[in-house]
Design a protein around this ligand. Structure first.
Ligand code: HEC
Ligand code: HEC
Length: 199
C-alpha cells in the first residue's frame, strides 16, 4: 500500500473513532476504509466468464480504475493471455466468452464512465465552486438516485473526510459523478450535513 494511503486510512480510522465519541447519537456513516474501487461480480452471463477466465490470478476491483472503449478492453484481455502469475500461465478465454466479457466491461467501465481516481488529491475550491442548495440537491439527485433514495443519502451526517470517502466509494461503485464535482459536493454536504448537531 502506498504510504499516503496508509496515512489516509489511519486518519479516517481516527476520525471515525473521534466522531463516534463526540456525537454518539448522530446517524453516522461508517467509512473507515480505503478509498479504492470495489467492483461486484455481475449477475448475467459475464459472471461465469469472469469466474472461469479472470479470477485465478487477481480480483476484479482493479477494473474500476479504467474507462476504456471496446478496443482498449480488448487489448487488456489479450495481454492477460500472456500474463503470468505464480503457477498460472496466462488467461484462457474463448472468442465467444471474450465477446460476452467485453460487452460487460464496456457497459460498466466504458469511456462514458468515471474511472476511480488512482490517487485522489482534493482540489482547493474557489468561490465559484460553492454550491447553493438547489444545485447541490439536483446534482445528487441526478447521480445518486439510480441506486438510492435521495432522502436516505441526505439523512446522513458525517464529517468532511467521511463524506469525501463516501463519494469516492460511490464513484467506485459506478456513480457517474465527474471528478470535478466531488469537492464542491463534499463542501456542501459537510456544511449542511456535517456533525455539528446545531445545523
Ligand atoms: C494468468 C494470470 C492472470 C489472469 C488469468 C488474468 N490476469 Fe489480469 N493481470 C495479471 C497480471 C500479472 C497483471 C499485472 C501486469 C499487467 O498488467 O500485465 C494483470 C493486470 C490486469 C489489469 C490491470 C491492467 C494493467 O494495465 O495493469 C486488468 C484490468 C486485468 N488484469 C483484467 C483481467 C481480466 C479482464 C481477466 C480475464 C480475461 C484477467 N485479468 C485475467 C494476470 C492475470
Ligand atoms: C451504482 C450504484 C450507486 C450509486 C450511483 C450511488 N451509490 Fe451510494 N451506495 C451504493 C451501495 C451498494 C451502498 C451500500 C454500501 C455498503 O453497505 O457498504 C451505498 C451506500 C451509500 C451510503 C451509506 C453509507 C456508506 O458508506 O455505506 C451513502 C451515504 C451513499 N451511498 C451516498 C451516495 C451518494 C451521495 C451518491 C451520489 C453521488 C451515491 N451514493 C450513489 C451504491 C450506489
Amino acid at each position: 500500500m502506498r504510504p499516503q494511503l496508509v496515512r489516509a486510512v489511519f486518519c479516517l480510522a481516527i476520525a471515525a473513532v473521534i466522531s463516534t465519541v463526540a456525537v454518539p447519537t448522530a446517524a453516522q456513516i461508517n467509512n473507515a476504509r480505503v478509498a479504492r474501487p470495489e467492483v461486484t461480480l455481475p449477475t448475467g452471463p459475464a459472471r461465469e466468464v469472469i469466474l472461469r477466465s479472470c479470477t485465478s490470478c487477481h480480483g476484479i476491483d482493479e477494473y474500476g480504475y479504467y474507462a476504456l472503449d471496446r478496443s482498449g478492453w480488448d487489448d487488456i484481455v489479450e495481454r492477460m493471455k500472456t500474463a503470468k502469475s505464480g503457477l498460472v500461465e496466462g488467461a484462457v478465454i474463448s472468442d465467444s466468452d471474450k465477446a460476452v466479457l467485453l460487452d460487460w466491461l464496456v457497459g460498466s467501465f466504458g469511456p462514458e464512465t468515471t474511472p476511480f481516481p488512482r490517487e485522489y488529491v482534493p482540489r482547493v475550491l474557489s468561490e465559484a465552486d460553492f454550491l447553493v442548495d438547489e444545485t447541490a440537491e439536483a446534482k445528487l439527485a441526478r447521480t445518486c438516485e439510480g441506486c438510492h433514495n435521495i432522502d436516505q443519502v441526505l439523512d446522513n451526517r458525517a464529517n468532511e473526510e467521511q463524506w469525501r470517502a463516501t463519494l469516492l466509494d460511490m464513484v467506485g461503485r459506478g456513480a457517474a459523478l465527474p471528478i470535478s464535482d466531488i469537492e464542491p459536493l463534499v463542501e456542501w454536504l459537510t456544511r449542511t450535513r456535517g456533525l455539528n448537531p446545531t445545523n
